[in-house]
Design a binder for this molecule. Structure first.
Ligand code: AKG
Length: 241
C-alpha cells in the first residue's frame, strides 16, 4: 500500500485510481436496488445488509456478491482490513447529486477504524479537517503559545470515479470529513489537493482551469462493524464484540 499513501495527509490515507474497471463500475451501479434508497435531506443512502440497531449492532447477513466481487478480493490482496474484528461486513451506499454533500462528521466507534471508499460515476472533493485537540492538530498547531486562535489543519482529497480511498488510524479517529454542497469543485491543483500526484487523470481538471463539474456521484463505503448479532444462532441473537 505504501505506493498509494497520500503523504500530505494525516496518517494514514491511501488513494488508488482505477481500482475498478469501467465495466465493473457499470455492473455495480446497475445492481444497486432502486427500491431500497433511504432519502435524507441532502442525499440518499442504502445500508447493506441493513442499518445498525440503536446500540450500533449489525444484524449479520452476508453482503451481496455485486458488492463483494471483485472488490473484497482486491482489499484482501492489499491486506486493507487485516487486523479488523470481522473483516468487511457492512457497506453504506451514498448518492450525491450536484450541489449536495455531507456535513463534516466522524464515523465513530461503531466501526473498526478503517473505511474503504469506492467512488462511482462522478468526482468530488472530500474535505478532511483535524479535530480540535487531536494529535493531528497538535502536530501542526504553531500558534498555541502566543494565544492566537488555532485554525484546524485541513486537506482536500479529490476522488475520481472508480477510485479507492482508504482511511485508517489517526486519519480515521482524529479528523472530520465532509463534502461541500456545491455544483463544481474549484481551485484544484498540486498545491491544494493532497492526493494530486496519485490522481489517474489530471488533464481534464487542468484543461478546465482547476475546476471539476459535479455530476451525480455514488460512494460505496466498506466497513467492519464491531458489534455483530448473529440472528438465529440463538433465539435472542448473540452479540459478539
Ligand atoms: O461519500 C463519501 O465519500 C463519504 C461518506 C461518509 O462520510 C459517510 O457515509 O459517513
Amino acid at each position: 500500500m505504501e505506493e498509494y499513501r497520500i503523504s500530505d495527509a494525516p496518517a494514514s490515507m491511501f488513494y488508488i485510481h482505477d481500482f475498478i474497471t469501467e465495466e465493473e463500475e457499470r455492473l455495480v451501479q446497475q445492481s444497486i436496488p432502486a427500491n431500497r434508497w433511504i432519502s435524507l435531506s441532502h442525499r440518499r443512502l442504502q445500508a447493506v445488509p441493513t442499518r445498525l440497531t440503536a446500540t450500533n449492532t449489525l444484524l449479520a447477513s452476508p453482503l451481496p456478491p455485486w458488492l463483494t466481487e471483485p472488490i473484497i478480493n482486491r482489499f484482501n490482496d492489499l491486506s486493507i482490513f487485516e487486523g479488523a474484528s470481522h473483516g468487511v461486513n457492512h457497506c453504506l451506499i451514498n448518492e450525491y447529486p450536484p450541489g449536495q454533500g455531507i456535513m463534516p462528521h466522524e464515523d465513530g466507534g461503531a466501526y473498526h477504524p478503517i473505511v474503504a471508499t469506492v467512488s462511482l460515476t462522478g468526482s468530488l472533493v472530500l474535505d478532511v479537517t483535524a479535530k480540535v485537540g487531536s494529535l493531528v492538530l497538535d502536530e501542526d498547531a504553531v500558534d498555541g503559545d502566543r494565544g492566537q486562535q488555532v485554525v484546524p489543519k485541513s486537506w482536500r482529497i479529490f476522488q475520481e470515479p472508480r477510485s479507492l480511498l482508504v482511511t485508517m488510524g489517526a486519519a480515521y479517529s482524529d479528523t472530520l470529513h465532509g463534502i461541500a454542497d456545491v455544483t463544481r469543485d474549484v481551485d484544484l491543483n498540486e498545491h491544494t489537493v493532497a492526493n494530486w500526484d496519485l490522481l489517474g487523470d489530471k488533464r481534464v481538471i487542468e484543461a478546465n482551469g482547476g475546476r471539476s463539474e459535479r455530476i451525480t456521484r455514488i460512494s460505496l463505503t466498506y466497513r467492519d462493524v464491531r458489534k455483530v448479532s448473529v440472528v438465529g444462532s440463538n433465539l435472542f441473537g448473540k452479540v459478539r464484540t
